[in-house]
Structures are given as C-alpha cells and as structure tokens.
Design a protein around this ligand. Structure first.
Ligand code: ADP
Ligand code: MG
Ligand code: MG
Length: 894
C-alpha cells in the first residue's frame, strides 16, 4: 500500500528515494535481524507535498497515529504514559547523506509527568532529568528556532555553579533546575510554554524536520554537492534507547574500515554515559572503540559481528551509529561510508581481494575527482619546519594558509584571494561556508567522526581535528600552542595525512601517485615511504589499468608544444586531439604575420609566407616526432586576426604623435589603416577560424604545406607521423570544401616533390550550432569531427565565457537557472542535443566517421559519461587531466 508511512520492517536498502538513506538503512538492518529499535519512516513524498502545500498531508496524521499504535504494541509501552512512557526520536534523513545539515530531536514524549515515570521505571532519576533537559534543549533549538547559545550558556552556568567541567558531573537537582531554566528560556523567547502534549511535540518535530530541508546551510550544502533541491527529506520515528543510563551505557560511531586511510580493521569513537549527538558534536573528546572493548567485551563482540555482517552484506565500507543501553547493543544507523580519496582506492582493491566485489565494481567505486586529489602535492620531509602539535589525520592533503578563527572571516579573506585555514575549537553546521572557502580545517576538539572531519572528508578538504594542544582564544583572535602564539593571519601548515601542524610554510613535493603516473610503478614503489603508500600506488595502478582495458573512449590530449606532448604521452594520452597553432605566430613571428596582412601585392605577401614556412615546419617536426605513431590533430589558425596586430588605440596615439612632430612612419600609417579595417565590435563572432583562412590568401596553405613537409621529412627518416588537419569554426559545408580542395592540392604537390605518400585526413571542428545541424552535409567532406564544446556552448547559449563568469553566473547559480556552469559540465539538454544530432547525422552520411571532443569538457567526469553514451570515439583534454579522463572513461563503460 502506497501510504506516507512505512514500518522499518517493510522497506529495504534500495528504497532510498522514498525512505531516504537513513530510513533505507534502518529497514535493511531490521530485515537482516540486527537489533534495531522498532520504528517507522515518513516518506520523502510527504515532505514534497508539505513543501508544495505548506502543510502536512491530512492523511499523514492518521497514518502516524496508526504507526504509533503499532510501535506502542511492539514496545509494550505507551506514548505519554505517566508510569512508563514510550519515547521516540524524530530524525531527518534524505536520499543523499547531508551530515549534520538537518535536524533530529531525541527523547520526544517527555513532559513534567512522564519524566517521573521514566525515573521510576529505570530507577535512575538523574538520567530521566538529563533526558528531559536534552529534549527541551533540542526541541527549543530545532523546532522552536531558539539560538543554541541560550541553552549552552545556561548549561555552562549550571556547571560553573557546581564547579564541574563536564555535564556528566551534574547531579539530579542541577538537571532539574536546568529543565526549569530551559523552560523559562522557551517562554521568554517564544512567548509560549514548552508543549507538554507528547503528540504535539511529535507533530511539531515532524514539521521541523521537513522545514530543515530548506535551511540556508542545507541549500548551500546541496549546491556544493550538486544535490537537487526538490528531493525532500524523509522522517524517521524511532523508539528511544538510552546511552545515558549510567556507566554500562554509551553511544558511538563505527566504521568497518578506517575511512581516512582505508586500513582494514574496525575503527570508531565511543563515549560512555552519553546520548548520540554528544559524539558527533565533539562536546567531549571521545575514546576509541577499544574503550568499549574494555568496558563491555560482550557488547563489543556483538558490535564486531554486526559490522562484519553489514560489510559483507553491503560489500563496502559501512559506517554505523550504535548505542549500548545497560549492556545491550542497539543499531541506530548504517550506510555506505564516506571516505577519503586514498581510502576509496585502497578499500576498493581490498574488497576485490576479499572476493566481495569484481574489478568492474572496484572501478565504479572510485571517481576521477578522487584521483585528482591524489595528485595534489604533499609536504616534503626535507627542510626546516616548526612543529606545533599533532591532531588526528581526518582528511588528507597538505594545506598552507593564514589561520582564521571564524567562518565569516574565512569567507571574506578567501574572497580576497587569500589561502586560509579555518581554526575552530569544533565546527558546527554553520561553519560550512567557511569550510568551503578554506584550503584546510583545523579543530581542537572532536574525533575522526566529528562534524569537521565528516564534512571535510566529504568535500575533499584537508582536515586535522582534535588537536587538543591548541588553546584557542576567540576574543583575541589567536591561539597558543607549544610556546608560540599564532595570530589571525599568521601562516600555518597542516598535514591531513599525518595530523601534524606546523608554523609557517612547509615545502611541498610531488605525491606518490603523481610519481607513479609520471615515472611508472617501479619508481613510485621504490620511493614509497611506507606500506600504506605502496598499497595506495598499487591500488591506483590496478584500477587505472582495469579502466584502460575496459573503456571504449580513447583519451587524447590538447597539446601545442613538444614538451606538452611528451608529458601527455607519459600520462597515457593516445594522441593529440587538439594542437592549437596560434602561439606559433607570436613573438618574433608576429612581424611576419603583419607583413602577410599588410602586403600591397601578392609578391610581398608570398615573401612573408615563405619566411614563415620553415619555422612552422620545424614546429610540426618537433610535435610529430614526440607523437610518433599516434594521431595528432592540428588545428589551422583560429583566433581573430587583430589579435596578432597592435592595439588600435595605442597605435593611433603613436601615429598622431609622430604626425605632430612631422616624423611620420609610413609603416605605422599603413599598419594603422589595416588595424582600423580589421577592427571588429565583436571579434568572437567575427573574422576568425575558417573565415580568416578564406579571406587571407595563402595563410592556411602555408600551414598545410608545413604539416606536409614535416610529415614527408619524418617519413623519409623512417618514422610514423600521423597528422590530421582540422578546420575551425566551419558553419557551412562549402567553407570546408574550399579548404579541403586546397589541402588535397598541397598534399599532391608535396607528394610529388618528396616522393613520400601524403594522404592525411582533413576534418572539421563542430563548434557552431549550424555545423551540428548540417552535420550530414558536412560529413560528406569531413573525414572526422571534433566537437569544440567551449565555442559550441558559447554559441548555443549566446554568452561569452570570458565575460559571464563574474557577471551573472553567481546569481544564476543562486536562483537555480544554472546548477553548474555549462562551461564546466556539458549542458546535456541543449549543447548535448546538438552533439547527439551531429553524431547521428554525421555517421549516417559517413559510416564509421571518427568523432571526438576537444573542449574543456573532455576532462570533466560527468561530461565524459555523456560523450561515452553519445558514441564518441575519443575525448581530448589537457595533459594533466588525462589520467582522470582514463579513469572516468572506464567508469562510463562499466
Ligand atoms: P544525524 O543524521 O545528524 O546523524 P540522527 O538522526 O542519526 O542525526 O541522530 C542524531 C544522534 O541521535 C545520532 O547519534 C543517533 O545515533 C542518535 N539517535 C537517534 N535516534 C535515536 C534513538 N531512537 N535512540 C537513541 N539514540 C538515537
Ligand atoms: Mg546519524
Ligand atoms: Mg573554437
């Protein structure tokens, strides 16, 4: 029955769309027979209707009533029963995990009466009042919107009055007093009493969870993680179990493997006599799971078994929230755990070796973004440094930046282009903006599962947490550590792989994975400093090798010089997809280009072209030598001609001044005339690309001849050059036809002159909508297509890449017109549709037509998936993106 409410026993792990990740995990654990407190999930559908209508669907109330009855039966307790009350938690849980972004309320159902029943039934009065004060606090903050400090300050005062440092040292009377204080705060701040009706508490908490979907920070997080705003959250209602029932109780978080390094073996944090949120909030420093093993070996054994069962079942690293109530283990949450980039690679191959997953699956478990993180430099072990302290290695990377002590400063300074490291006692969800802006995050409190660690890991931000040697003093904007005082703005360095913190700058060196990519497995293994590094390099090698044999897309590189070409080849490029020739006409050669443009007659022009020929030939000899045996696509001159000529204003001034002095320079005068003639209001749409080639006689011919002569020379030397000639900015087949005729003529001439057989493909860049729409006609003349998706995006959307980023993209992202820049990830619906049309019609008229892409998108993971699906033969990207593209092309194929 498709209602709004599902009991935990009804769902399973695949129902995430409807039940959210948490609900699906609770359902799956229930099915597996693990000890989950009974409960039910309100679907995301209810949330979507709530957002649409502004009120909860009326049927929902009835369904909740019925579900609560079932829950009461299962627990043999009644909600609101003054003698022995049932308490529940009301927990958010969206499809994609958004750690700490949304709300949860625990201990719902307590009031002035039931608190006595709870005390009596458990025989623990202190515990009952501790739970009640937690409820008023959490409910006040999340449901009634009261600032958290109000309660935190009251708690601090109570602790100070008693002269204790930690909340567990507060006695029953203190807590009872605190409940009164909290209730007063509620009255003062909202003008009403804390609701005593359990059902009213429940209904308000449910709406509050729905509302938490749309908080500022939740929206910000979703934008960052590219999660859609209209999914909504589910709500999980779960019978309470109590980790704060004295020393034989406690709560913790566990990972089935270390999410920071991928090391196998259990890993986690435990706090005795505490409720769930204490661990994550970093309120007290936690202990490892060994603490639980010491305190309660039996419960620990149960936990280990549950973890093994979950990992085998999910066939992946899982993270788990659990509570021990008087020696009994309860499972409160599980999901496939977030992990760092090195852990992702290591865990994937570990699972292959444990026969839990296949290599194809291993490939799908890592991403190109993670691979690029592994390429970031690391701190070099050589050289001087000032060691300050060591915290926990929570998220890897080497970050150097100015220390800042609050999120807003981090954002402001980062906006000024400064690298900052956000230093906090502990972070909370309001710090998200600062964490995004910072190059690294450092906290004094909290374990590897604290908010700071989880969020930083999720976004690949370097993080060291729980460095308790830091004595942070927010009012003076400084911290004292190891005899030093670090002021806001001072440089510090943090190592997210070792947990070390340094004063000032620390030199960096290439990461082991980039050593591997550049110099091969043997070198990287020989240089690896420890087993973990060796394992990581091997894992990357195995997965990348598998990607290479699996992928259908070839990966080429955009490279203009022999140096870039060599680097690209080293990184695994199988050709050059785009060699831009414009830089070859700058510097000293610019004068010659001026002559070509300014020539008064053919003879003068020919002289300039003749002078350019040998240098251009040498360019291609160099490039083709480096790329011996691999396809090398050379694009004929593309940019507007005026880019090679002097600036109009400067030249006008120079000529005017010379005229005033009576020292007119005839060359300058002629140049000025030409520059004026060529001046365009909108050069991007002006005389460029193939238009230039057709308007300036001899220019393309020069380039084509240079390619032919270079090729002939290399052929004669026994090499295997594979040049391809690419014509830019074609809109009409006729343009291509003219250039091609000329190319064929030159090939024939040079064949004749050199005796080498020169037949090289002539193809076209598809970067105008008209070219895509007439691809069938164009393919009759073109031997290959290469999508220039940068220009195709500009011309399809009608906006210029160089101008819009600052102008209105930020606003477009904020108001949802664009979720991501179309220059970063291909706009599938618009630009992608042109690609699909061109592929289909191009291959209809020329079966087997070779098609690639050479825009920025060729190195973007999501776009690569699209190009794979669209049936392209290759993607071409900048050399340093080649490994990422290899991996993503492999992932697209499994
Ligand atoms: P988050 O998504 O922020 O982790 P949760 O809904 O998981 O929020 O809950 C916050 C904390 O409260 C967690 O530590 C969780 O284990 C704990 N918790 C949630 N429900 C219960 C319950 N029924 N009994 C005891 N602890 C709970
Ligand atoms: Mg949780
Ligand atoms: Mg272009």
């Amino acid at each position: 029955m498709a209602g709004y409410v599902w009991d935990f026993a009804e769902g399973d792990k695949d129902a995430k769309d409807l039940l959210g990740g948490k609900g699906a995990g609770l359902a799956e654990m229930t099915r597996l027979g693990l000890p989950v407190p009974p409960g039910f999930t309100i679907t995301t559908q209810a949330c979507r209707e709530y957002m649409r209508d502004g009120e909860v669907p009326p049927e929902l109330r009835v369904e909740v009533t019925m579900a609560m009855r079932r829950l009461e039966d299962a627990m043999s307790r009644h909600f609101g029963d003054p003698a022995d009350p049932l308490l529940v938690s009301v927990r958010s849980g969206a499809k994609f995990s958004m750690p700490g972004m949304m709300e949860t309320v625990l201990d719902v159902g307590l009031n002035d009466l039931t608190v006595h029943g709870l005390a009596e039934f458990t025989g623990d009065e202190r515990f009952a009042w501790d739970s009640y004060r937690r409820l008023v606090q959490m409910f006040g903050r999340t449901v009634l919107g009261i600032a958290g400090e109000e309660f935190a300050d009251a708690l601090d005062k109570a602790k100070a009055a008693r002269g204790v440092a930690s909340d567990i040292e507060l006695g029953t009377d203190d807590l009872r007093g605190l409940v009164d204080t909290y209730k007063e705060i509620v009255r003062d701040q909202t003008g009403r009493d804390f609701p005593q009706s359990p059902r009213e508490q429940l209904d308000l908490a449910i709406s509050a969870v729905f509302d938490s979907w749309n908080t500022e920070r939740a929206r910000l997080y979703r934008r960052k993680e590219r999660i859609s705003d209209d999914l909504g959250t589910a709500v999980n209602i779960c019978a309470m179990v109590f980790g704060n029932l004295g020393a034989t109780s406690g709560t913790g978080v566990a990972f089935t493997r270390d999410p920071a390094t991928g090391r196998s073996g259990v890993y986690g944090d435990y706090l005795s006599n505490a409720q769930g949120e204490d661990v994550v909030a970093g309120i007290r420093n936690t202990h490892g799971l060994t603490e639980l093993e010491r305190l309660d070996p039996e419960a620990y054994g149960d936990l280990r078994r549950a973890m093994r069962q979950l990992e085998t079942h999910y066939r992946d690293l899982c993270d788990i929230e659990f509570t021990v109530e008087r020696g009994k283990l309860w499972m409160l949450q599980t999901r496939v755990g977030k992990r760092t980039a090195p852990a992702a690679f290591r865990v994937a191959v570990q699972l292959v070796d444990e026969n839990l997953i296949t290599m194809d699956e291993a490939l799908s478990r890592v991403t190109g973004a993670q691979l690029s993180q592994l390429l970031f430099p690391q701190f070099s072990p050589d050289g001087d440094r000032t060691f300050l302290a060591k915290g926990m290695a929570a998220s890897p990377g080497a970050a150097v930046g100015m220390a800042v002590f609050d999120a807003q400063t981090a954002q402001d300074w980062a906006a000024d282009g400064k690298d900052v490291i956000l230093v906090r006692r502990e972070t909370n969800p309001d710090d998200l903006g600062g964490m995004i802006a910072a190059v690294g995050v450092l906290t004094a409190r909290g374990g590897k599962t604290s908010h700071a660690a989880v969020v930083a890991r999720g976004m690949g931000r370097t993080c060291v947490c729980g460095a308790d040697a830091l004595d942070i003093d927010l009012p003076t904007r400084s911290m004292r550590v190891a005899g030093h005082t670090v002021h806001e703005g001072d440089l510090i360095a943090i190592d997210g792989s070792s947990g070390e913190i340094f004063l000032g700058e620390v030199p960096v060196m290439a990461s082991p994975v980039s050593r591997y990519l550049e110099d091969g497995l043997e070198v990287a293994l020989a240089e690896a400093i420890d087993d973990e590094t060796r394992e990581l390099v091997e894992a990357v090698d195995r997965i990348l090798t598998h990607a290479d044999v699996t992928r259908r897309l070839r990966v080429h590189a955009n490279a203009d010089t022999p140096e870039d070409a060599a680097r690209a080849r080293q990184l695994g490029a199988q050709g050059i997809g785009l060699c831009r020739t414009e830089h070859m006409f700058l510097g000293e050669r610019r004068v010659l280009v001026e002559h070509v443009v300014l020539a008064v007659d053919d003879a003068e022009r020919q002289a300039a072209l003749d002078a350019l020929l040998p240098v251009q030939r040498e360019d291609f000899v160099g490039l083709l030598t480096e790329m011996d045996g691999l396809p090398t696509t050379i694009r004929l001159l593309d940019p507007p001609l005026h880019e090679f000529l002097p600036d109009l204003t400067e030249l006008s001034v120079r000529v005017a001044l010379a005229a005033a002095r009576g020292e007119e320079d005839p060359h300058d005068v002629r140049l000025l005339g030409a520059v004026r003639r060529m001046h365009e209001a909108n050069p991007m749409l002006g005389l460029r690309g193939v238009r230039l080639g057709l308007v300036i006689p001899g220019l393309f011919a020069l380039q084509i001849r240079a390619v032919c002569e270079a090729t002939a020379r290399l052929l004669a030397g026994g090499m295997d050059p594979k040049p391809e000639i690419m014509v830019p900015l074609v809109g009409s087949v006729q343009e291509l036809h003219l250039v091609r005729e000329e190319a064929l003529r030159i090939m024939a001439e040079v064949t004749e002159e050199t005796g080498q057989d020169l037949t090289m493909p002539v193809g076209v860049m598809i970067e105008l909508p008209r070219a895509a729409l007439t691809a069938g006609r164009i393919a009759e003349e073109a031997q290959f297509f290469s999508f220039g998706t940068n220009d195709l995006t500009q011309t399809t959307w009608g906006f210029s890449r160089d101008d819009v980023e600052g102008a209105f993209f930020a606003q477009y992202a904020a108001n949802g017109v664009l979720s991501v820049s179309p220059f970063e990830t291909i706009d599938e619906r618009g630009v992608g549709r042109l690609v699909t049309i061109a592929v289909e019609e191009g291959r209809q008229s020329r079966p087997g037509l070779k098609i690639g892409v050479c825009g920025e998108h060729g190195g973007d993971p999501e776009s690569i998936r699209f190009f794979h699906a669209a049936g392209l033969d290759y993607v071409s990207c900048s050399p340093f993106r080649v490994p990422v593209a290899r991996l993503e092309a492999g992932r697209a194929a499994v």
